[in-house]
Design a protein around this ligand. Structure first.
Ligand code: AMP
Length: 615
């Protein structure tokens, strides 16, 4: 018998998921489906992304709801538009062979009118990001009084993004007796707190060790000097000719810079970040999904929830500030039982942070040496050999050219031909990598780490926090007409200024402008971050609001780590973080630019052969 039938899922759903290739339930599905199918429990599932969570709650929902009725019976809240669309799409696919199942995706950055129309037509399952959901509730355009199930997916991330208050407001419109199912990759105190607040003796399920990442992910790190970071990164990519990767940077600007440099250097790369229009983002994602793009350079927020199969490498070009973000990043690879590698390129000062992440995940990271130029050439050569061996020949198309090709090579021996053929790309690598220096930085374990590392270890324990609570209210000339909701605006501000979302206070999105609160100590950083910034060709203006500062809202507000964060932040000084981040990288690159954009081989980067247009 099909194991999903044994779990209690009916035939038409099982048939649909069989077509998706679901033959056996994943561990989380196996354990949670029977519990959720009873429909009588609140539920907390501690599960990494990529473990089959969506079907774990989606299949039971399809069993439990009454699809003869056309009112909202289930609400799924998730942090990002991408995840929202993905869940909607997945559930529609599971329900493909059922009748009258209506699932609507509600998210910011798209026309609200379409979403309202779909809701009006009748819907049983609403999948939503909190900001837009609240907007629709405030317009009194949806009735949640008969909702039976609420799913909070990636709850940790929703809290990270400051959605606590929105979630509170949304849930207050649903009935007391509904069941709440919460899924989270990590279980920080805030998530524990909301589990306690919204749930009644929930059934708890932990897949694997608490906070342990996917076991199929190998974690590696390379230690390089800051100035060699970009060269080292390229060498890692070159050493992995079939890489299909996501490269994480900390800021929008860094993603853009890295993507631009890579494109200039002949790599097949593009960037994904919050400042792109929805259309641009969709376009980049389509190219990536279709594997017409080999390297996606992304910010944390933009890449959240991306489910693309067969990603081979996650590369942390800059380490994230939070262990949770590292888990989310690395979870983009090794999905659905596959294996993958999460690579961090660090400088010696960041080793403390690696140790901290290791402790958090309960996993040992492997230190790997940056390959030598010779290693890269050898790897590339055998990749070419392998490709020649396994290439699919289009007999029909090539036939007409064969006589001419044969004529051309008629006097060449097989050995000579193979040698020359393999040399076509190999030569360019040989040329590029001749005299390539060793990029591994010397490092002594146990050395004193700089304040940036100490700071982050403080931060790891800084949940909750209290202390400093004064905020400065800032004006920004962007608002809902620019298709920002609060979450989007928060992401944009953080990307632009490198301040953490948790330190941002209240955000009021108006029509053509908005207000947001930041800690006093961050005001300069915010104004500097927006200096010369423009949004779709319009200069972005930041001003201190005339209304003065406001008190932090205690409890129930945006989850902040006021005490821990602001204190640490101030200690570190504004510029320190930038050393290892964008500014450092930028300086490093402009250093090369100073020598006419020449690489260590002496060859102009632009002169490198165009390659990897497709792979
Ligand atoms: P999720 O954690 O829900 O994002 O799922 C991660 C990936 O695993 C998605 O691409 C799913 O389509 C896939 N998946 C989920 N359940 C199964 C299953 N039982 N068998 C095979 N693939 C699955």
């Amino acid at each position: 018998m099909n194991p999903f039938i044994e779990l209690g899922i009916r035939h038409d759903i099982v048939n649909a998921i069989s077509e998706l290739g679901f033959e056996t339930p994943t561990p989380i599905q196996e354990q949670s489906i029977p519990v959720l199918l009873t429909g009588s429990n609140d539920f907390v599932g501690l599960a990494q992304t990529g473990t089959g969570k969506t079907a774990a709650f989606g299949l039971p929902l399809l069993e439990l709801l009454d699809f003869e009725e056309n009112y909202p019976q289930a609400l799924i809240l998730c942090p990002t538009r991408e995840l929202c669309l993905q869940i909607t799409n997945d559930i529609k696919n599971y329900a493909k062979k059922m009748g009258n199942v209506h699932v609507v995706a509600v998210y910011g950055g798209a026309a609200i009118s379409d979403q309202l129309r779909q809701i009006k037509r009748g819907v049983q399952i609403v999948v939503a990001t909190p900001g837009r959901m609240l907007d629709i509730i405030n317009r009194k355009a949806i009735d949640f009084t008969k909702v039976r199930f609420v799913v909070l997916d990636e709850a940790d991330e929703m809290l990270n993004m400051g959605f606590q208050e929105d979630i509170d407001s949304i849930l207050s419109t649903t009935p007391e007796e509904k069941k709440t199912w919460l899924f989270s990759a990590t279980m920080p105190t805030e998530v524990r707190r909301i589990a306690k607040k919204y749930m009644n003796e929930p059934f708890e399920l932990t897949m694997g060790e608490k906070n342990t990442g996917n076991v199929n992910i190998e974690h590696e790190y390379y230690i390089v000097r800051a100035r060699d970071k970009y060269a080292a990164f390229k060498r890692i990519v070159d050493f992995n000719p079939d890489i299909f990767g996501i490269v994480f940077c900390r800021t929008k600007i860094e993603t853009q810079e890295i993507a631009e440099s890579l494109i200039k250097d002949g790599y097949n790369a593009d960037s994904l970040h919050g400042d792109l229009s929805q259309q641009q983002r969709d376009k980049v994602m389509k190219r990536y999904r279709d594997r017409n793009l080999q390297l996606l350079i992304a910010t944390d927020v933009a890449a959240r929830g991306i489910d693309v199969s067969d990603i081979t490498h996650v590369i942390n070009y800059s380490l994230p500030d939070e262990i949770e973000n590292y888990t989310h990043r690395s979870g983009r690879t090794a999905r659905a039982g596959k294996t993958g590698v999460s690579v961090s390129i660090i400088n010696a000062k960041e080793l403390g942070k690696i140790r901290q992440i290791e402790r958090g995940l309960g996993k040992r990271f492997v230190k790997v040496e940056i390959p030598t130029g010779f290693d890269v050439c050898e790897k590339q050569l055998f990749s070419i050999v392998h490709k020649v061996n396994s290439v699919e020949v289009n007999e029909q198309q090539i036939e007409q050219y064969l006589p001419r090709i044969m004529e051309e090579f008629k006097d060449m021996s097989k050995e000579e031909f193979i040698k020359r053929f393999a040399s076509i790309e190999f030569n360019s690598f040989l040329d590029y990598y001749k005299n390539a220096p060793d990029l591994n930085a010397p490092v002594e374990e146990g050395r004193r780490f700089e304040r940036s590392d100490d700071r982050s270890s403080d931060r790891g324990n800084a949940f909750g926090g209290s202390g400093k609570s004064e905020y400065t209210r800032l004006f920004i000339n962007l608002g809902s007409v620019d298709e920002f909701n609060r979450g989007d605006l928060l992401g944009y501000i953080c990307n632009q200024t490198k301040i953490s979302g948790r330190t941002v206070g209240k955000i009021d999105v108006k029509g053509v402008y908005s207000f947001f609160e930041v800690q006093h100590g961050d005001v300069e950083k915010v104004t500097a971050g927006f200096k010369d910034a423009d949004f779709k060709g319009r200069p972005v203006r930041i001003e201190i609001s005339g209304e003065g500062s406001s008190e932090s809202r205690s409890g129930g507000g945006y989850p902040r780590r006021e005490g821990g964060y602001s204190g640490n932040r101030e200690r570190s000084g504004g510029g320190e973080r930038r050393e290892g981040g964008y500014n450092g990288a930028s300086r490093e690159r402009s250093g090369s630019a100073g020598t006419g954009f020449r690489d260590f081989s002496g060859k102009r980067r632009e002169d490198r052969p165009e390659r990897r247009r497709r792979f």
